[in-house]
Design a protein around this ligand. Structure first.
Ligand SMILES: [Zn+2]
Length: 327
């Protein structure tokens, strides 16, 4: 009887020890391998046995003054943002995804220009950018270039008055073969804007994909647009915007032969010294884009890091995958 009691006590003790050890080990495992340590505030995330990885997504609540170099993927926002707009105004009914992405409402444009103005940005001309990039001429510390592709009537109606109100200058890429047709401004409208200080540059005659056309066709489109601008506005353009942002070595050679010294693409980035003057990148401003997304654009923080509630607009993340008319 006494022996039996001893066995029971020993058995009970063993069960207690094993249970305690099991609970202790489980607890220790959880402590060593947290599912997430997002509350620790050390900017790392670890999952299971995967080593901690640095958090590279910008905290969208802390403003845009310190863009993360991880997000910027190697480019330092140490140059000039060249903003790219297409249309400014109300969206037509049943607008497709491309038109929606290309159209900034007048209210949003006003908000964006007011932001630039309050932040002390100065809109510079292509001459100033070219002087800075190629001759080391000085430009204001907070310089920005505001470009409009295609020459739509709505930008002359809606954007130009806002630009003038803020003492900004706009740069308008004109498709000379489209002038005065459908939604495109007339030479009279374009000339009137130029007289108020707006800058006119060539966006070709025919607005085709230059990378897919032969030398002769490319040269005709560039030479004809140069002649049209000369005939209608009285000067020879020296700056060019590539339709769809596409080009090849022929395009660059033709531009140089026809006196063009600088050309803008649709590639993402800031205009920086040391880069090819015929391949100046830009920052696209998307339709429905509001602050603070626009602030991040100007600061050099690209999409898609949109985490804020006001910018959770799926349209902003739908980049057109193919070039379409109107780019
Ligand atoms: Zn275009």
């Amino acid at each position: 009887m006494k022996k039996k009691l001893i066995y029971i006590l020993i058995f009970g003790f063993c069960v207690a020890v094993i249970s305690f050890a099991a609970v202790f080990l489980m607890h220790k495992h959880i402590s060593d391998h947290p599912v997430s340590n997002k509350n620790s505030g050390d900017n790392t995330v670890s999952i299971g046995n995967i080593p901690p990885i640095p958090v590279t997504v910008q905290d969208m609540t802390k403003g845009a003054e310190k863009p993360s170099t991880n997000i910027s993927k190697g480019f330092t926002p140490n140059g000039v943002p060249v903003l790219m707009y297409h249309r400014v105004g109300d969206l037509p009914e049943n607008a497709d995804a491309t038109t929606t992405d290309l159209t900034v409402s007048t209210a949003n444009f006003e908000e964006q220009m007011t932001f630039l103005d309050k932040q002390g940005y100065v809109s510079i001309t292509p001459d100033q950018l070219y002087g800075w990039l190629s001759k080391g001429q000085e430009i204001p510390k907070k310089s920005v270039i505001i470009t409009f592709d295609d020459g739509y009537q709505d930008v002359f109606d809606n954007a130009v008055p806002i630009l003038l109100e803020h003492h900004f200058v706009g740069v308008f890429g004109i498709i000379t073969g489209f002038v005065g047709t459908r939604d495109y401004a007339s030479w009279q409208t374009i000339g009137a804007a130029k007289a108020k200080g707006m800058i006119i540059v060539s966006h070709s005659f025919s607005h085709f994909d230059f990378s897919k056309h032969n030398y002769t066709d490319q040269e005709y489109s560039i030479a004809k647009s140069t002649m049209d601008i000369n005939d209608n506005l009285g000067f020879t353009p020296t700056y060019f915007i590539y339709p769809y942002g596409t080009y090849n070595t022929d395009t660059e050679n033709i531009l140089t032969a026809h006196g063009y010294v600088m050309a803008l693409t649709t590639a993402y980035g800031f205009a920086q010294k040391g880069e090819n003057l015929l391949e100046i990148p830009r920052i696209r401003v998307h339709g429905k884009e509001v602050l603070p997304r626009f602030e991040y654009d100007v600061a050099g923080i690209p999409l898609p890091v949109d985490q804020t509630a006001e910018n959770k607009n799926p349209d902003l993340l739908q980049m057109p995958t193919t070039a379409t008319k109107g780019e």
